[in-house]
Design a binder for this molecule. Structure first.
Ligand SMILES: [Zn+2]
Ligand SMILES: [Zn+2]
Length: 297
């Protein structure tokens, strides 16, 4: 299971309805944030989410609209007497930024705070792995994806008359055969393969070919779309994506569903126009709003 909640979907300036960028990702085993813009912890309060459940924070880059909520959130964790480790991952240079930032606020964490500069596959547990790729922006910047692992799902109607104890069935779930009283029971006869889902996060970057190969075959592609197509030159100048760039990435990467985010405040009255345009070009496109949820089972 993966659940995504958009905590902030605006770009550099927040609006009445859109906070700065942050995305909550909940899995069966843990929860993490992608970016932590100003006001993120308040957005989490609004959905009654206990911040102590966050095990890591993935920072795309060190611009204020993606990071200014970090110190406040860490201070709350201190006040909550957190004991669990917290790891902040980010692109090259982030260690320095975070340490000087924390020093400015006289912040001393009461829990073990780890900061890692990463690229490629950087985290793995039984359920999923995480990967990062450097993008092109006015600050070192990473895109990320979470890839759930494939699972063998047991067909309950087929296991009814098996002679062994239920606890052995975990072997089937791991794709292993079971040997019992000189007989081998193949996992293939009792399970079906359930493909793990891939969710990609492309925040601030200019258009580049690396994006398409990195997000290839995403079930969900969450992509910045700061500018509409009439502001193509501005997007190039500020190293951002236009709505057409995001649509192209979705199509060329063979992604199933596209969520546009990091929307400029200038479109506050035109969200429907943007979404209608996007849907005409890639049917499964949605313009993300704050507190929108995606549940993948
Ligand atoms: Zn931004
Ligand atoms: Zn930026």
């Amino acid at each position: 299971m993966i659940k995504i909640v958009f905590l902030g979907t605006s770009s550099q300036i927040p609006t009445k309805s859109r906070n700065h960028t942050s995305i909550l990702v909940e899995t069966n085993q843990d929860s993490f944030l992608v970016d932590c813009g100003e006001g993120t912890q308040r957005q989490l309060k609004k959905i009654n989410f206990n911040v102590n459940r966050i095990s890591k924070i993935l920072i795309t880059h060190w611009h204020g609209d993606h990071t200014l909520g970090l110190v406040g959130l860490l201070e709350t964790l201190n006040f909550n007497e957190r004991k669990k480790d917290l790891t902040i991952y980010g692109p090259k240079g982030i260690k320095n930024f975070i340490f000087s930032f924390l020093k400015t606020f006289y912040f001393k964490s009461e829990f073990n705070l780890k900061i890692e500069e990463i690229g490629g596959k950087f985290f793995e547990n039984e359920e999923y792995f995480l990967s990062a790729k450097a993008m092109i922006h006015s600050a070192p910047c990473n895109s990320y994806f979470i890839q759930e692992k494939d699972k063998f799902k047991i067909d309950k109607t087929k296991i009814k008359n098996l002679p062994f104890k239920e606890e052995l069935l975990k072997n089937f779930k791991e794709g292993k055969n079971i040997k019992f009283k000189n007989k081998t029971y193949s996992y293939k006869d009792y399970t079906s393969l359930e493909k793990g889902k891939k969710i990609s996060f492309v925040l601030d970057t200019s258009f580049n070919k690396k994006i398409i190969s990195f997000v290839k075959n995403s079930d969900i592609l969450i992509c910045e779309s700061t500018f509409d197509n009439s502001l193509k030159e501005k997007a190039k100048e500020y190293l951002h994506l236009t709505i057409d760039d995001a649509l192209n990435i979705a199509k060329k990467s063979n992604s199933k569903r596209l969520y546009l985010t990091h929307i400029s405040q200038r479109y506050e009255k035109d969200f429907d126009i943007l979404e209608d345009y996007a849907k005409k070009n890639f049917k499964e496109t949605f313009l993300a709003k704050d507190f929108d949820e995606i549940l993948l089972k």
